[in-house]
Design a protein. Structure first.
Length: 118
């Protein structure tokens, strides 16, 4: 299994290296359109290799997707917490009822069952 995992990550690493080598050209990344930048007299732009822009875009997309999924599953997690609290309270109630029944009869549950069958 480790061999499959290591070979998978080796292929992913090789693909990333090939993408980086194939996209080494410098590109200009602008934070706003040129017309708006000229109107406001600011032009926030920078020169980056294309592979950096691609990797940043993929990373930001993954983070947005993870955040979206985490927010979407909030209701599921809340329901699971509520059910876990309910199960715990029911377990405590069953333990209390068993303790009350054992003290009321003055006997152990197992012994009481054996005496009824015997």
């Amino acid at each position: 299994m480790k061999t499959i995992r290591y070979s998978f990550w080796a292929i992913v690493g090789l693909a990333l290296i090939l993408i980086g080598l194939a996209n080494r050209d410098m590109v200009t990344v602008r934070a706003m359109p040129e017309a708006l930048g000229e109107l406001l007299s600011i032009s926030p732009d920078m020169q980056l290799p294309l592979f950096v822009v691609i990797f940043i875009g993929v990373g930001v997309g993954l983070m947005i997707g993870f955040l979206w999924e985490w927010v979407r599953e909030h209701r599921i997690r809340a329901d699971a917490r509520g059910k876990a609290r309910e199960v715990e309270s029911l377990k405590r109630e069953v333990d209390q009822l068993r303790g009350a029944a054992a003290t009321a009869n003055g006997e152990d549950d197992v012994l009481a069952l054996l005496e009824k069958t015997g």
